[in-house]
Ligand binder design. Structure first.
Ligand code: URA
Length: 194
């Protein structure tokens, strides 16, 4: 077993916080394990908890559509993870203690996957990884640096589903991600729409 499989096994068996008592399945994350792009969400919702996979509900369908338009997919280009790996009951926000207990798993995932670009989906990912006082509405769409990696904060897909008006700015953010991908990873990267 390599380090990645070991980390996955450890995560799937985790009982470090009380979310482990109410979860159905741990959602480790999925995608290409040498992905150059890592997307980070908040935590599993109902469907993710049922299936043990990230972003498989309505937000996930929208995220997959956005990826497709960018010429990206889960198998070849991205790895999708979350700040917490287990569903908070009734989809409440994950508590500070739960986030702090879980984040070492995310740090290890980032180290092993070693992406050049990190996409933070929404406020919980931004605050959890970068700065608890950062505001997504202020910093989205601007490249940041974190541990020598490029970070693009943008809206969570569920915010786009709640408010249509956010779709345009989110699309601008993803266009920047595609442009950066072409600049630093693959100048030949093909996408139909940008
Ligand atoms: N929302 C998230 O933030 N993560 C998921 O995995 C699913 C929905």
């Amino acid at each position: 077993m390599d380090q990645f499989d070991l980390l996955k096994q450890e995560t799937l068996n985790c009982t470090k916080c009380s979310l482990s008592k109410t979860r159905n399945k741990v959602v480790f994350g999925e995608g290409f394990r040498n992905a150059e792009i890592m997307c980070i969400g908040e935590g599993p919702g109902y469907y993710e908890d049922q299936r043990g996979r990230p972003f498989v509900g309505k937000s996930g369908q929208l995220l997959d559509k956005i990826f497709a338009v960018c010429g990206f997919n889960r198998n070849e280009h991205v790895f999708i993870g979350n700040i917490v790996k287990c569903r908070p009951p009734n989809n409440r926000d994950p508590l500070l203690e739960e986030r702090e207990t879980c984040i070492p798993y995310l740090y290890k995932q980032i180290e092993l996957i070693d992406p050049k670009i990190i996409v933070l989906l929404g406020a919980t990912a931004l605050k959890g990884l970068i700065d608890p006082n950062a505001r997504i509405t202020k910093v989205r769409g601007e490249w940041m640096q974190w541990n020598n990696r490029l970070v693009m904060p943008t809206f969570h897909p569920s915010a786009l589903l709640r408010n249509e008006k956010l779709k345009r700015p989110a699309w601008e953010d993803f266009k920047k991600i595609v442009a950066k991908y072409r600049e630093i990873i693959n100048p030949e990267h093909y996408s139909e729409h940008c």
